[in-house]
Design a protein. Structure first.
Length: 344
């Protein structure tokens, strides 16, 4: 029998239901899959062996699946792919998973290639789990909205800290939804707070801004006509993201969002529909900001801005000269267009 769990319910299941003989960890968040692996390994103890599901030799896998050991042991089969679960693989695992050594725990992982798309459990994963009488299918799906805030709060509590009101939101704004980045920064903030209360001020001091968050500040400075401040923010972004084309791509994306939002408002199309049509995440922050800013820009202004960004990108890719100068020149003209100081 296969029980179905989420990453957050795994620990409770280990305490309540006891340890299963096989855990299938499937989802689109590498950090959560890794955290679940560590939770299971900690519960099992003993040694562990990691093999690739697609490339490991059957003889090697069989040696682990059929051998009793004196100490508890974990076999991790990484990189399960539905396409690799052939009829031959099914026949092979059927022979072994139906009667595993009581000292062995098997962990299988499936990480979706599109880490930002919607994730659903493949039928091949459910079929594989059914081969083992005591198995658990654990979904590890990217946290969003309230779930992400609650997870950040739980990370703080694990470190012996509490979060002030608004601190979780600010951490997410600065770090994005990358749980690996958030977890790393939480350890730094916990130490900075002497394992007490993590405030919004501590978050702002300790968390490096994502490129996207930097672009929000950059555009705000431009809209207010503060070109020098915009250039300073650009330099700060370059220190963290030295690829100029990537920075320009995020800036361009910000104005593409505004162009889409303006078109949607003009045609009375809802934001939810725009999210669906263009594949945004639910309640995407960047798109929300774009809808709030549609009235700031005329259609001609947005057209000129996108053309400026396109021409700057072309120059960056084709010109062998000083790319920093090219980016600065493009940024200064962009600031003029955004603030309305250059007529279009």
């Amino acid at each position: 029998m296969t029980i179905k769990l989420t990453d957050s319910g795994l620990k409770k299941s280990l305490q309540k239901d006891g340890r299963m003989q096989m855990y299938f960890l499937a989802g689109n968040d590498a950090f959560l899959i890794s955290a679940c692996k560590k939770t299971i390994q900690s519960d099992v103890g003993g040694e562990f062996v990691s093999l690739d599901f697609q490339t490991a030799l059957d003889e090697e896998v069989a040696g682990h699946l059929a051998t009793y050991s004196f100490e508890p042991k974990t076999l991790i089969l990484e990189n399960f792919k539905p396409a690799a679960y052939t009829e031959e693989k099914r026949a092979f695992y059927t022979d072994y998973l139906s009667d595993l050594p009581y000292t062995l725990t098997v962990i299988v992982t499936l990480l979706a290639e599109d880490s930002y798309g919607k994730f659903s459990i493949p039928k091949a994963a459910e079929a594989f789990c059914s081969l083992c009488p005591r198995s658990a299918l654990v979904t590890c799906i990217k946290k969003e909205g309230g779930d992400l805030i609650r997870y950040v709060d739980s990370l703080a509590r694990r470190l012996g800290c509490t979060l002030d009101y608004g601190a979780a939101d600010r951490i997410i704004q600065l770090c994005g939804d990358d749980l690996l980045q958030i977890s790393s920064q939480m350890e730094i903030m916990a130490a900075a707070s002497n394992y007490g209360r993590i405030t919004v001020e501590i978050a702002e001091q300790m968390c490096p801004k994502t490129t996207e968050e930097g672009v929000f500040d950059l555009v705000r400075a431009m809209e207010r006509g503060r070109t020098a401040e915009a250039v300073r923010i650009l330099y700060e972004m370059i220190e963290k993201e030295p690829d100029y084309s990537n920075i320009l791509a995020v800036i361009s994306g910000s104005f593409v969002n505004i162009a889409r939002a303006k078109a949607a408002v003009a045609r009375r199309i809802s934001r939810d529909e725009v999210e669906t049509v263009f594949g945004y995440k639910k309640n995407d922050k960047a798109l929300s900001i774009a809808f709030d800013r549609t009235s700031r820009y005329s259609d001609y202004q947005i057209s000129a801005i996108l053309d400026c960004l396109y021409q700057t990108d072309r120059r960056l890719k084709k010109n062998a000269g000083d790319k920093m100068v090219i980016l600065e020149q493009g940024l200064v003209r962009l600031a003029m267009l955004v603030s309305g100081r250059e007529r279009v």
